[in-house]
Design a protein. Sequence first.
Length: 367
Amino acid sequence: MRPFERFFSFEKDFREPYARDRDRVVHCSSFRRLEYKTQVFLNHEGDYFRTRLTHSLEVSQIARTLSRMLNLNETLAEVIALSHDLGHTPFGHVGGDELDRLLKEDGRPLGFEHNFQSFRVLTKLEKRYKAFDGLNLTFATLEGVLKHSYPYKKPFLEGLDERFDLEKHPSLEAMVVDHADEIAYTSHDIDDGIKYGLITFDDLLKDELCLRVDEMVQKEGIKRDEKLYRHRFVAGLIKLLVEDFIENSKEGAEHYRQEHPICGTIDAQEKLPVGFSKETATQLKKLKKLLLQKLYRHQKIVRKMHAGKQCIKGLYTAFTEDIDLLPPYQKELLYSRKKERVIADYIAAMTDRYAMKTYHEMYGFSL
């Protein structure tokens, strides 16, 4: 199947294929709901902090820059970036982990995985056409979302359309998005963590990569105790990672680049042709380990995520025990889909505040 082809027929218009994909994603309800879904800090904690929506926009911007500099298809990278988190649950990763646990305990061994849920949103859960489910996006876009995380072969993908060859890497544009995602969340989680007072530059400047960034900022004449330092530090980290990625990926991108994006061409066992330099990749891995210890496992974060986890558990338990708690349009789906999957899809689509509101309505108290 060619990258720009779709699974269902459609009327052509003035847009190129991936621009059409992007427009469909931006106008769908799942994309709008990302505004009120947790990135790291719960949405109601403050208007400053990133949400899944702002994160997706930031990933998109970085992916477009990387693709443009490597002469890849910028629009394809953009739509994959905008779509990659559509399957996220309320309350970030802990919400997805809890749904996965609950489904498996309920005899659904395939559980829940947010990358695959993003694929399901695009191919099944969004309903915009009479003749078929999903948004009818191009093969390259769907493959890029499906293969956002490596390894590609996972138990819940058994029986998937064989054209999504799980023994092959996705397009170069999809690889770019994966790295743009890493750049965005690392730099912006630091920004939010510093702003919220959960991590300090004293913590960060013990790290090799952060010391490289600090040197860049110091050369601008900005001292560590200045208010502007945080902004320049975050911008410097993005700049360092973006420039390293571009410089280290030029040769690989040039080798594989064709007129149309390549899909299912490079064997999955082969090294990715684009990526960070060995030194930067090693340092970035160490920085992420530091953030896990100092930021993501901070007591304030863990407590909020625990509350979110209890909310997911409470909603799932209530809906499985009494399907009359489900809204009518969800109950109708029970005639064609398994109860546990319908409930999981419904909960996964909720925003943080809607999940908490629903929990409060059913249990009579707030988290």
